[in-house]
Design a protein around this ligand. Structure first.
Ligand code: ATP
Length: 375
């Protein structure tokens, strides 16, 4: 069946003594999808993956793989890992040091007593796909980190599992290789069309690889969506602040009855439809959290966006980080600090007073109490 949920988690809880690692998590991963579980250290990503693999039993809830119930403590159901038809790739890829690349990749099939000829055919196929053909006779110690990681992947994909589970598989590689492997892994997953659940705390990895991203914090699912959805329509300040680099600016503001955001030091005029939404939500006169991404704060002398005069703000340049292609500019107005991303052509210097404009179409407003997005 096409389009069915390959993996389904229903109200999953996991407790370790006093620690609740996963709280009431429900999530459906579609057939062939690349889903990234993203969140800071300790948020429960690995525990979630281990429960899907069968390395950990949920405290409550149900897990389905294809249409099979594989875990449900209330019904006493727990299918062991090797019967789940999933393959897991970890950050520390344990290859057998005394075996050649060929034998490392062939190993899962040998265990399953697949005929020799069939093994040979599949090892060569996988090696070709991963660019390992020339290296089949080498031992792991004769390989680079990236090559070793590819062998580990080869060993996972040769079994043709229903689901790949990957726990930060690229985190031991240096930055350059990580970028290269990111693209390779994504291409490979598309080629194979295997449902993949990929754990990372790296938001760039999540944005570049995921068909969808599930953002977790403190054991709780915050938002699931495409990279664009979580980036442009974050549901709360956690998601808004976790995704994007440098992170979104958050400033406290009060909504005035004449349609401004009042920051104390300066004001910004809301767009008419934004003000109407805030009126409907009964937010006039109340404090909110204003959010804007650094790339939506522009150098007034370099922008083409049409902004009313009252939305030009003067600020002092504290520090400039020159990234070559662009400049990260740390600005201050009185006791309010925020960050902007300016083009490399921008002439601003540290200590300057500059005029900046906020692209009001791109702003976010969050409730002060719940930190949930109004828009
Ligand atoms: P990281 O990115 O650091 O691996 P994570 O998001 O994968 O973090 P988990 O490893 O799932 O987080 O851990 C979630 C919480 O559960 C943490 O507070 C952790 O300390 C706790 N935890 C995980 N495994 C166990 C265990 N076997 N016993 C007790 N507590 C555990």
């Amino acid at each position: 069946m096409i389009g069915m949920a390959e993996v389904k988690l229903i109200n999953i809880w996991k407790r370790f003594g006093d620690v609740t690692a996963v709280k009431d998590l429900s999530l459906e991963i579609k057939d062939g999808e690349f889903l990234v579980l993203l969140g800071p250290s300790g948020c429960g990503k690995t525990t979630t993956l281990r429960m899907i693999a069968g390395l950990e039993e949920p405290t409550r809830g149900q897990i389905y793989i294809e249409d099979n119930l594989v875990a449900d403590p209330e019904k006493g159901v727990f299918v062991p890992p090797k019967e789940r038809d999933v393959a897991m790739v970890f950050q520390s890829y344990a290859l057998y040091p005394h075996m050649t690349v060929y034998d490392n990749i062939a190993f899962p099939l040998k265990l399953r007593k697949v005929p020799k000829q069939e093994i040979d055919k599949r090892v060569r196929e996988v090696a070709e796909m991963l660019g390992l053909t020339e290296l089949l006779n080498r031992k792991p110690r004769e390989l680079s980190g990236g090559q070793r990681q590819r062998v580990a992947l080869g060993r996972a994909i040769i079994r043709r599992p229903k689901v790949f589970l990957m726990d930060e598989p690229l985190s031991n590689l240096d930055a350059k290789l990580r970028v290269k492997m990111r693209a390779e892994l994504k291409k490979l997953q598309r080629q194979l069309g295997v449902t993949t659940i990929y754990v990372t705390h790296d938001q760039v990895e999540a944005m570049t690889m995921g068909d969808r991203i599930a953002v977790m914090n403190k054991g709780e699912l915050q938002q699931v969506g495409t990279p664009d959805e979580v980036y442009y329509k974050p549901v709360n300040t956690f998601v808004a602040g976790f995704i994007g680099s440098p992170p979104m600016n958050f400033l406290d503001a009060t909504i005035t009855d004449d349609g401004f955001l009042d920051f104390g030091e300066f004001k910004l005029k809301l767009l008419q439809d934004q003000f109407e939404v805030l009126e409907e939500e009964n937010m006039v006169g109340k404090e909110v959290i204003f959010g804007i991404r650094p790339e939506d704060v522009h150098d007034a002398s370099f922008t083409h966006i049409d902004v009313p005069e009252e939305n030009t703000v003067k600020a002092t340049v504290d520090i400039i980080e020159n990234l070559g292609g662009e400049k990260i500019v740390h600005l201050r107005r009185g006791n309010i600090s925020f960050t902007a991303k300016f083009p490399k052509e921008s002439k601003v210097r540290e200590g300057d007073e500059v005029s900046v404009v906020f692209d009001m179409k791109k702003i976010h407003i969050f409730r002060k109490d719940t930190e949930k997005a109004i828009f």
